[in-house]
Design a protein around this ligand. Structure first.
Ligand code: HSE
Length: 326
């Protein structure tokens, strides 16, 4: 029996719980029996034998769970084999997720996280700690949501040297830019519509100033390209100065404008760039897309949904199956 804890029970944590209910049969066919033994957030929790669906409904209704014990107390007190860590991203110091992840690893639990902050701040440290404790640190959901990137590079492209990875890593910016292009609407009006879609960060400046894409680029560079970089190493320009007029000039020459995040061995940058209208990265709407340059496999392109409750759960469930199937 695999004992699971869920730390962080907002949209992402609840999405994982829903997927564990919906996909129970499929998951158990692949990895054997599992149960959720604890759920905790910043102010409440539930442990022991409980109905997962009732926990989701209770949290939605009351904004908290039954017990007042908080996440760290639960991590200390309860034994579990694997944790879904889905607390909010904080790229400044990675907290509170960083302390949660460290403690779970020290206790010998595998970690599946959707939280960019701890990985941006301390990827090497966490990976070393996981190796030392013989557990897995899985983070498919942190970059590109449902779009396969982490396991694609680590498994399918194993044996390749990754020369560069570039593309669209923020759905909110891509949505704003594609609407600006088609409808000539100014930026502030589209931003509020993008927020209504529910994929923008709680503080949307993280999206439009390129911080979210920059954080993902740090994870790509450290996790997938074997680099050792910090958030400050990324040159970041967001989309706040892009105007509808800029698209007119670009389109006359056969180009569009997209916020491109690029990790090369000599440079990391996020900036609005001209992209040929028929290039695979010239995608519309909230999609993400990446071009992975390798020495043996050549150019690989992936496109998919980079955010959303079910999409993020898809990435996290794939990490769970990956840990225990092997
Ligand atoms: N705010 C992010 C985006 C969500 O728009 O892509 C996924 O990290």
């Amino acid at each position: 029996m695999i004992d699971i804890a869920i730390i962080g029970f907002g949209v992402v944590g609840q999405g994982v719980a829903e997927a564990l209910i919906e996909k129970k049969e499929l998951i158990e066919r692949r990895i054997g029996r599992f149960r959720v033994v604890a759920i905790a957030d910043s102010k409440s929790s539930v442990v022991g034998e409980f109905d997962l669906l009732k926990a989701i409904e209770y949290k939605r209704e009351k904004g908290k769970l039954w017990s007042d014990k908080k996440a760290m107390e639960i991590i200390e007190e309860i034994e579990f084999d694997v944790v879904f860590e889905a607390t909010p991203t904080n790229v400044r110091d990675g907290e509170p997720g960083l302390s949660y992840i460290k403690r779970c690893i020290e206790k010998g639990a595998n970690v599946i996280t959707s939280n960019k902050g701890p990985l941006v701040v301390a990827f090497k440290e966490l990976q070393k700690l996981a190796d030392k404790n013989g557990v897995k640190l899985m983070y498919e959901a942190t970059v590109g949501g449902a779009m396969p990137v982490v396991k694609l590079v680590k498994k399918n492209l194993a044996g390749n040297e990754i020369k560069s990875i570039k593309g669209i890593l923020n759905g909110t910016c891509n949505y704003i830019l594609s609407r600006m292009e088609k409808e000539k609407m100014p930026y502030p009006q589209i931003l509020s519509e993008a927020q209504e879609l529910g994929i923008a960060e709680a503080d949307p400046t993280y999206d439009v100033e390129g911080i979210d894409a920059g954080a993902k680029l740090v994870i790509i560079a450290n996790g997938l390209m074997g680099m050792n970089v910090k958030f400050e190493d990324v040159e970041i320009n967001g989309i706040t100065t892009v105007t509808p007029e800029a698209f007119e000039v670009a389109s006359q020459k056969g180009y569009t404008i997209r916020l491109i995040a690029e990790a090369r061995r000599d440079k990391l940058r996020v900036s609005p760039r001209l992209i040929s209208l028929n290039h695979p990265l010239a995608i519309d709407g909230t999609l993400n897309a990446l071009q992975i340059e390798t020495d043996m496999a050549g150019s690989i392109f992936v496109i998919g949904k980079g955010a959303g409750k079910r999409e993020t759960a898809s990435a996290m469930i794939s990490d769970l199956i990956d840990i225990y199937e092997n």
